[in-house]
Design a protein around this ligand. Structure first.
Ligand code: UDX
Ligand code: UDX
Ligand code: ADP
Length: 480
């Protein structure tokens, strides 16, 4: 029986290993983590992450060929294939702070593998890491090898949160990078055999190590760039009377461009896009390519601009002041169908509104109260991001209430801001909401999910990103 051990039981490691266990009954999969609470949760009824379809799979496989354990060393020692799926946040201090990836967790995992291994191993990079990390890891392992043969593979994961299980079941491609030596090719084949249990062979791409590592950064940068491109267009649409949805539709019909990932929004969030672009920018700078670095930096700057522009619309529409006014925030997660708030645009929007002394009432169907409080009170380090410059005072965080129902959030509010595209926000009883709000009642739709015409008929003043402006809002131009 092939034994797989995955170090890191997070958003990537957990779902990926669950699907491997489900699709490969002949393989034993153990997911290990240093976090006792995470492992306890994976072994309980309440999994540590929310992902549609995940719970069923875990229930089917757990205890059979899928295990979650804190005994990292024992399980690593016994494994044939070790996936490393630890976190690689952006460095917060020292050289490359704010841009370079922090590889502390990766390095400690590699040293631990070298310490405990007594048999040959295939070590698979699963977390997104800077190009040439494989080489560094190989050095750590081979300098401490005790005669053991380590083969390093890069197998970046392309799943998106909220659709992780679907993406794993039916991936556009599986990418495996390895050395061009016979041992390297043999290791690639071993990993290919795992995926071949359910992924058609023509979707399994093999490359050299550096191409695999760079492809992951490039894919995320291209995706984020599409969103910044359409968001930049949304500002121009508002200025000219064009409708960004119509523009996206028309542009996306060109098969060379394609229709996906062209939804204008309050900005992209998530743990990957910004981190990977910053990492790409850093690599370009280190390689003496400032023009390339500046090109990609702009994708993040437009994203920050979009969040700032949204807040400016809110404040300027409401007579240039939100001080003391109750604003309902619908949605806090960085996208629908996840409870994840990493880099969610909601954090920046809420912090800006709090700085303008608004009172916020926040509702999200999946994000916990603790998480929201933590996100809003934590003073994040950030790299020349104008949005984050001023900290939020502890006093203003007290102006936040977190509720478990939209209607409660909107009661007596002056405005509603929709910041996550949860399906339930499309079918709310907006008449009932309107009746219980202060007048004039505003809706600021940061995800373009409401029926603008219907809401205007009810009496709302509606702002929807990149759509022709309400006359009221047009008369109060935002300074962005
Ligand atoms: C373009 C648009 O494709 C067309 O829809 C529009 O109506 C007019 O402008 P055109 O300029 O005739 O058409 O040619 P196109 O095939 O788009 O190529 C433009 C340039 O991009 C060429 O110099 C081409 O060599 C270059 N190119 C194209 C690349 O360098 N790489 C590519 O992958 C594609
Ligand atoms: C992304 C990549 O899609 C995935 O391939 C990679 O493995 C990890 O990073 P994820 O961050 O989970 O996945 O979600 P994604 O669906 O890409 O959305 C990222 C952000 O972009 C979200 O905030 C989303 O709301 C926003 N978005 C997405 C838009 O604003 N408009 C769009 O058209 C699409
Ligand atoms: P991702 O979104 O990439 O999956 P997460 O932050 O969700 O990232 O998960 C990474 C996990 O890796 C965390 O649960 C963390 O506790 C774990 N981890 C980090 N370093 C180690 C290590 N050396 N050994 C085991 N687990 C680790």
């Amino acid at each position: 029986m092939v034994k797989i051990c995955c170090i890191g039981a997070g958003y990537v490691g957990g779902p990926t290993m669950a699907v491997i266990a489900l699709k490969c009954p002949s393989i034993q999969v153990v997911v290990v983590d240093i976090s006792v609470s995470r492992i306890t949760a994976w072994n309980s009824e309440q999994l540590p992450i929310y992902e549609p379809g995940l719970e069923d799979i875990v229930k089917q496989c757990r205890g059979k060929n899928l295990f979650f354990s804190t005994d990292v060393e024992k399980n690593v020692a016994e494994a044939d294939i070790i996936f490393v799926s630890v976190n690689t946040p952006t460095k917060t201090q020292g050289l490359g702070a704010g841009r370079a990836a922090d590889l502390t967790y990766w390095e400690s995992a590699a040293r631990m593998i070298a310490d405990v291994s007594t048999s040959n191993k295939i070590v698979v990079e699963k977390s997104t890491v800077p190009v040439k990390t494989a080489e560094a890891i190989e050095k750590i392992l081979s300098f401490n090898s005790k005669g053991i043969n380590y083969q390093i593979l890069s197998n970046p994961e392309f799943l998106a949160e909220g659709t992780a299980i679907q993406d794993l079941f039916n991936p556009d491609r599986v990418l495996i990078g390895g050395k061009e030596t016979p041992d390297g090719q043999k290791a690639i084949q071993t990993l290919k055999d795992v995926y071949a249990h359910w992924v058609p062979e023509d979707r399994i791409i093999t490359t050299n190590l550096w191409s695999a590592e760079l492809s992951k950064l490039a894919a995320n940068a291209f995706l984020a760039q599409r969103i910044s491109s359409v968001n930049a267009m949304s500002a121009l649409c508002e200025a000219t009377g064009a409708d960004v949805s119509q523009v996206s539709h028309a542009v996306g019909k060109d098969t060379r461009i394609g229709s996906k990932f062209l939804n204008a929004s309050v900005g992209f969030g998530g743990s990957c896009f910004q981190k990977d672009i910053l990492n790409l920018v850093y690599i370009c700078e280190c390689n003496g390519l400032p023009e390339v670095a500046n090109y990609w930096k702009q994708v993040i700057k437009v994203n920050d601009y979009q969040k700032k522009r949204f807040v400016n619309r809110v404040v300027s529409s409401m007579f240039n002041t939100v001080s003391g006014k109750k604003i309902a925030i619908l949605g806090f997660a960085f996208k629908k169908d996840t409870g994840d708030t990493r880099e969610t645009p909601a954090i920046d929007v809420c912090k800006e509104l709090l700085r303008d002394r608004a009172r916020l009432s926040i509702y999200d169907p999946q994000v916990t109260m603790d998480q929201i409080q933590r996100d809003l009170s934590m003073d994040k380090f950030d790299w020349d991001h104008p949005v984050h410059l001023q900290p939020v005072s502890p006093g203003s965080v007290k102006k936040v209430s977190i509720v478990w129902d939209t209607y409660e959030a909107a009661r007596d509010a002056h405005a509603i801001c929709i910041l996550t595209e949860w399906d339930e926000f499309k079918t709310l009883d907006y008449q009932r909401i309107f009746d219980n709000m202060q007048k004039p009642a505003f809706v600021f739709d940061g995800r373009n999910i409401v029926n603008v015409k219907k809401l205007r008929e009810i009496g709302f003043i509606v702002y929807s990103i990149g759509k022709p402006l309400d006359p009221w809002i047009k008369d109060m131009p935002a300074v962005a």
